[in-house]
Design a protein around this ligand. Structure first.
Ligand code: GLC
Length: 779
């Protein structure tokens, strides 16, 4: 409107715009000083701090406004270690060295180059380095090698390799179709990994403002920038892709070990609307021998979408319902959104207002936005007092036996033009008033923290489960992530693979899409193929939207139902293997579902392999991802691969044509390795009584080590030793297959008293030998 007034020719306007657009370089180093692991460079136009965390992790902080502030992180859990850092001045360059990385700080102007001890370039600033704009923006330019491939960035559409893309981080509720150019989505993970000729390094940009990563503008450099705050980033030296993830999760934390039920099969729908419907659903699963661990309750369970209430007409006795289901081994996970309905007769709202817990403008007005319940207020999770209060509200659920919560709309989503809260809302931020513009991206993360910590406190030693839509770097510490409102399109099944793989490379191992597709109508063939993939994605939930066809596993009858049963049961057969991988995720940060490049970083054919994935380091899945297709090309990386369905062996480093009728998911296990399995169960209520170790005999001289981990799957007793951890080694040679118990730890007593060894593909002259004993004998 102002464009139509004299304001359009305001004298200050033109000048202001131009000035705001110019990037100001940090300039020359005027002086620098050292304190312990840290170095402070006073440059002409800004100050830069360099702080070493470990021999392989260094943090760079540029503040255009004064001394870099090192205590601003919302997510980093690590502190700098005691280190030996060598300092050396060569001409115009100051060298700072650990035994892993070398920083070359050029003084005039300040330019940073980071190499590893072998001289491999990690980050190189060339003509341009760090800079800022008058409008508060901070940015950095880095050279891009022609062989650089990029991964990570959390939840993004498109292919596995992100070179040539531009991504924004701004948590957004996107219902409109997710297509390759839809960006941003719900999660902000300002982190990526670069892979160049088999070696990797990473960058974590710890800035909660809207950030942009531009790998598109040029082929010779890339940039990352933020709308405000400091240019605060960490360089992770790798050198293997796995090492980068370990370094990243050293900083941002690892996922807690999930309860086993949470890695079982989940059934959801927007919404199962009555107690009767939920009961019927549960009994149908049992009658049909389809395993089920969790039923989700979407927004219709509430009274007018008021969180922490039940609609008592539709759910007259939730406590009884939860108990009955629990006796059947089925958990209920209700949805909890952040929006609290503005209604003075509603306790949560009244309490929030009276105790001053909602997000407000600086002038003192509460921010109201429209969400499912209509006009709503939003708890200010940036404040410890509010987080505690929110956590405590969950006794409403835990008192009646609920152990898991589903957080949605926590970007936060608001039904308005901007899709979210007004960016001028002022958060309490534990005493340091901060705008929503700065803290928007951590709103969901902090809601997750409040919820997880509240649940943990209330569950008396049981492990909570939290599912979230929005999050920030570090979200893995509190929640599993599902990838939001996808659609029942084959394209979305295809896209879910690189998305989940990149989430895994971004430190978030527990993720998955809505199996079958959320919006749009699914069909028998699509949901069968999607369920096959779902059986091996870390998070496995079938969910669909209001108004779409129902998509429970039996809705398409006949062979479709039979095949879905087979794959949901298969998830339980594979549970010991998958659970051991979750244990690895909780200790090392490594993903359960992996792109092939994580295991074969030297194999260029894996660098953008979108339609195959690995479970752990030895199982490869190559699903069918298109309609009417029953043959596909499968790339086999190094090694020999046994197809489970046919027992056929395929040579590695070649592409093979594989046949897979609708009832077959192509699964391959690397020869010379092993997997752990049990029998299928209707859910994890029953502990396994049998355990098998399947060894795929190899002929070459090779050995393979892995860890089989088990515990009660439900409590934190494992923290006090109640677990079983067997480190096993399989050695194959021409003469035989040897299985060795290398190490045994823990005191957990499972129901199975032995592990049955099954050797597949043993040659006639090969003998089987078992070395070493454990409490749980291998027989
Ligand atoms: C959002 C969620 C979806 C949920 C719906 C109703 O669209 O992404 O999963 O079913 O809200 O709560």
């Amino acid at each position: 409107m102002l464009q139509d007034t004299s304001f359009a020719i305001h004298p200050g306007k033109e000048k202001q715009n131009q000035k705001a657009l110019i990037y100001q370089d940090v300039g020359k180093v005027k002086q620098y000083k050292r304190t312990g692991n840290g170095f402070l460079f006073i440059c002409e136009n800004a100050q830069v701090a360099i702080l070493f965390y470990t021999n392989s992790i260094v943090r760079i902080v540029m503040n255009p406004k004064g001394e870099p502030q090192l205590d601003k992180s919302k997510v980093v859990v690590a502190n700098p270690e005691q280190l030996l850092i060598k300092e050396q001045i060569i001409n115009d360059t100051i060298m700072l060295k650990t035994n892993r990385i070398k920083l070359h700080v050029q003084k005039a102007p300040f330019r940073l180059k980071v190499t590893d001890r072998r001289g491999r370039n990690l980050l190189v600033e060339g003509a341009r380095g760090m800079a800022f704009r008058e409008n508060g923006e901070v940015a950095v330019w880095k050279e891009m090698d022609k062989d650089d491939h990029f991964y990570g960035f959390g939840e993004k559409t498109g292919h596995l390799n992100k070179r040539g893309e531009r991504y924004e981080m701004w948590n957004t509720d996107v219902y409109a179709p997710h297509n390759p150019e839809t960006d941003p989505l719900y999660e902000s993970i300002p982190y990526f990994m670069t892979l160049r000729q088999g070696k990797a390094h990473g960058v974590f940009f710890d800035n909660t403002f809207r950030t942009v990563f531009d790998l598109k503008k040029s082929d010779s450099y890339y940039t990352f920038s933020a709308e405000g705050g400091q240019l605060d980033y960490y360089i992770l030296a790798g050198p293997e892709p796995k090492a980068v993830i370990e370094q990243y999760t050293y900083l941002t934390g690892k996922m807690p070990l999930p309860p086993k039920w949470a890695i079982g099969y989940h059934q959801s729908r927007y919404s199962y609307e009555t107690e009767k419907e939920v009961r019927q659903l549960a009994t149908t699963f049992i009658e049909k021998d389809i395993p089920l661990d969790v039923i989700h309750l979407d927004i219709h369970y509430m009274d007018g979408y008021r969180v922490f209430t039940f609609d008592h007409d539709k759910f007259p006795n939730p406590e009884q319902l939860i108990k009955e289901l629990h006796d059947m081994g089925i958990r209920v996970v209700p949805i909890v959104d952040p929006g609290v309905k503005k209604d003075v007769e509603y306790k949560t709202y009244r309490e929030g207002v009276l105790k001053d817990l909602f997000c407000k403008y600086i002038e003192g007005e509460i921010f109201y936005g429209d969400v499912w319940p209509g006009t709503s207020a939003f708890p200010d999770f940036t404040d410890q007092k509010v987080r505690k209060w929110w956590g405590e509200q969950h006794t409403f659920y835990t008192d009646i036996g609920i152990e898991g919560i589903w957080n949605d709309m926590n970007e936060p989503a608001v039904f308005n033009e901007t899709k979210t809260m007004d960016v001028t809302v002022m958060h309490r931020n534990d005493g340091e008033q901060t705008t929503h513009r700065e803290l928007h991206n951590v709103y969901g993360f902090l809601m997750g923290k409040a919820t997880y910590e509240g649940l943990k406190e209330q569950l008396n030693g049981k492990r909570p489960f939290l599912l979230t839509r929005a999050g920030f770097a570090g979200v893995q510490r509190y929640a599993a992530v599902w990838t939001g409102d996808n659609r029942s399109f084959w394209e979305h099944l295809q896209m879910s693979l690189p998305m989940v793989m990149n989430l895994g490379l971004s430190g978030i191992p527990f993720t998955g899409p809505d199996v079958g597709g959320f919006a749009h109508d699914t069909n028998g063939e699509l949901i069968v193929r999607w369920t096959q993939v779902g059986a091996f994605t870390p998070y496995f939930r079938n969910h669909s939207a209001i108004g779409t066809v129902y998509q429970e596993p039996w809705q398409f009858g006949g062979k479709h139902e039979e095949i879905m049963r087979k794959y949901i049961q298969m998830r339980y057969i594979w549970m010991p293997q998958i659970y051991s991988l979750f244990h690895e995720a909780s200790t090392k940060g490594l993903p359960v579902m992996r792109p092939l490049l994580l295991e074969f970083p030297n194999d260029k054919k894996t660098y953008n392999l979108n339609d195959q994935f690995m479970i752990g380091d030895n199982v490869m899945i190559a699903p069918i991802l298109a309609p009417s297709v029953t043959d596909r090309a499968v790339y086999m990386p190094k090694g020999e691969w046994v197809e489970i369905e046919t027992g056929k062996t395929y040579a590695g480093e070649q592409t093979h044509l594989i046949h897979a009728e609708l009832d077959v998911l192509p699964i391959f296990v690397k020869r010379g390795t092993a997997i752990m399995q049990t029998e299928w169960m209707s859910n994890v209520k029953k502990s396994p009584e049998n355990m098998s170790m399947h060894v795929f005999a190899g002929a070459l001289n090779e050995s393979y080590r892995f860890i089989f981990y088990d515990d009660d799957g439900e409590t934190f007793a494992y923290e006090n030793g109640a677990y079983l951890k067997l480190e096993l080694e399989v050695t194959c040679s021409e003469h035989g297959v040897e299985v060795t118990v290398v190490n045994e730890q823990g005191e957990y007593d499972p129901l199975y008293k032995e592990i049955k060894l099954n050797v597949i593909g043993l040659a006639r002259n090969q003998k089987v030998k078992i070395n070493g004993a454990s409490r749980i004998n291998i027989v």
